[in-house]
Ligand binder design. Structure first.
Ligand code: NDP
Length: 473
């Protein structure tokens, strides 16, 4: 068992107390990480503040060069990092459709490299005899990042890389469930950055709250639940921190009657079960027109019946659910769907332990009011609901308080696009779902979040505008 360290002001740092990290496939303790004290958080924030002037004073070109070296260094260690990620998170190395730990590592590299290619050019609004007016982008300052346990390294890269490129310094807190890959990766790259530019602290049960209320942090970027996002917003009010909040969703997909079921079912399955369903923008409620409802249910059940859930040693398609809290929630929602009279085509019962294994579960004939339809399960369970009237399906898709993603499926792309534009969500897909890429902005509407990530739109969230007005008359 390894004892991991935090990274504060360029140094490896332990703490008086530590937190155990479990392998969710065995429930065995595999490592410990330090539990940061309030004083250690202050040290990390002070180091980030101290480093800010020097880091933001470097040219964007200099910062870009260092960020590209970060990607190279992680790539040199990709196998070891993927193995560690698989152990602590539960996702197989490759897994279903190759969307496992290696995919997360590959995605991290792609995001770092694309983000590093971005610029923050000065915009000239006016240049005439009266005045020249320029819009400059200044780094927002010290950024606090709080990341979840579903894609620990990828989401950390989403948070810290645009911040670093923009000239911000960072204090990042990985989830207490999955801190190891982030700690390992950030120690691997720490010598590439000046001390204090990137600090990693670990803890639980208060560290996140302490970060979000810290008076010397200027912005919080958080990925996680809507409930915690609201608490962060409250805590951030004291010094009016800037916020990027990427929160939960309960993404609906509407499948129109002209859809080719044989072609669509595989994609629908993959985008619902990506990362064992533990993906913010996974397809979570499937509304299928009654003409093709039985055919679609059968096709999905066929795929679900052919995949294997199990420990890494069995080269499975899917691993365990990442933690007991989430596993209990999936079990609870499955039970409530049973009580609501739903039909389970596959799965529905937790698998024998140890480990938080739950089989891929397809549920049909479920009432709209069932908790499994109304609440985000964040696990390998998909409710399939029949509809006869498209307007009714659209109304149901939009009748939730969240709006991260949504999709429409049809062989008539123009009709699907028209309907997709009426979905109340941050990203609407046609004939796909959950597809994200580093250059396309991604974020939620309603209670799915504030702001966007990725590409130029995401990068500018790590900046404040300074308007420079030079009078000429
Ligand atoms: P949470 O959203 O509650 O996030 C937990 C993290 O937030 C921890 O790092 C915790 O740190 C921190 N935190 C808790 N309270 C506060 C606070 N008041 N201020 C700042 N930070 C705080 O996630 P859970 O793991 O509990 O998952 C709950 C649900 O969230 C899941 O069921 C799923 O629906 C959703 N989820 C969504 C994700 C996404 O990608 N959008 C990812 C993961 C989960 P500390 O304990 O140190 O305070």
């Amino acid at each position: 068992m390894t004892d991991y360290s935090m990274l504060i002001n360029g140094k490896s740092v332990g703490a008086k107390t530590s937190i155990e990290v479990l392998n969710p496939a065995t429930e065995a303790v595999i490592a410990t990480v330090p539990e940061a004290s309030p004083a250690q958080l202050d040290e990390a924030v002070a180091a980030a503040r101290q480093a800010l002037l020097g880091w933001s004073g470097q040219s964007l070109e200099e910062r870009r060069a260092l960020i590209l070296k970060i990607a190279d260094r992680l790539e040199e260690n990709i196998g070891e990092l993927a193995q560690l990620l698989s152990e602590e998170q539960g996702k197989p190395i490759d897994g279903f459709a190759g969307l496992g730990a290696m995919f997360e590592l590959g995605g991290s590299l792609a995001w770092i490299r694309y983000t590093a290619s971005l610029d923050l050019p000065v915009e000239v609004i006016q240049d005439n005899d009266e005045a020249r007016i320029e819009v400059h982008r200044k780094p927002v300052g010290v950024v606090g990042s709080i990341t979840p346990w579903n894609y620990p390294l990828l989401i950390t890269c989403w948070h810290i890389i645009p911040g670093l490129l923009a000239g911000c310094t960072v204090v990042a807190k990985p989830s207490e469930y999955t801190p190891l890959t982030v700690l390992k990766a950030m120690h691997l790259i720490s010598d590439l950055l000046p001390p204090g530019v990137l600090n990693i602290v670990t803890g639980k049960g208060g560290l996140g709250a302490a970060i979000s209320s810290h008076p010397d942090i200027d912005k919080i970027v958080f990925t996680g639940s809507t409930r915690t996002g609201k608490r962060i917003m409250e805590a951030a009010a004291d010094n009016l921190k800037r916020l990027t909040l990427e929160l939960g969703g309960n993404d609906a997909a509407i499948v129109l009657p002209d859809t080719n079921v044989a072609e669509a079912a595989g994609k629908i399955f993959a985008t619902a079960m990506i990362n064992n369903g533990q993906t913010c923008a996974a397809l979570k409620r499937l509304y299928v027109h009654e003409d093709i409802y039985d055919e679609m249910c059968e096709a999905l059940a066929g795929i679900a019946g052919s995949v294997k859930t199990g420990p890494a040693s069995e080269s499975p398609d899917f691993g365990p659910i990442q933690n007991k809290m989430q596993y209990d929630r999936v079990c609870e929602l499955a039970e409530s769907a049973k009580a609501d009279g739903a039909t389970f085509l596959t799965g529905g019962e937790p698998m024998p332990g140890p480990g938080y294994f739950f089989p891929v579960t397809i549920v049909k004939d479920i009432p709209e009011s069932s908790r499994l339809v109304q609440e985000e399960p964040f696990g390998p369970i998909l409710p399939v609901v029949s509809f006869s009237d498209v307007e009714d399906a659209l109304e149901k898709a939009n009748a939730v308080s969240v709006g991260l993603g949504g999709s429409v499926w049809s062989s008539d792309v123009a009709a699907a696009q028209k309907l997709a534009s009426r979905l109340e969500c941050g990203t609407a897909w046609v004939n796909n779902h959950a597809m994200i890429q580093p250059d396309a902005p991604f974020g939620g509407v309603k209670q799915s979040g504030v702001g966007v990530e990725f590409g130029r739109y995401g990068l500018v969230e790590y900046t404040n505008i300074q308007t420079l007005q030079i009078s000429k008359s």
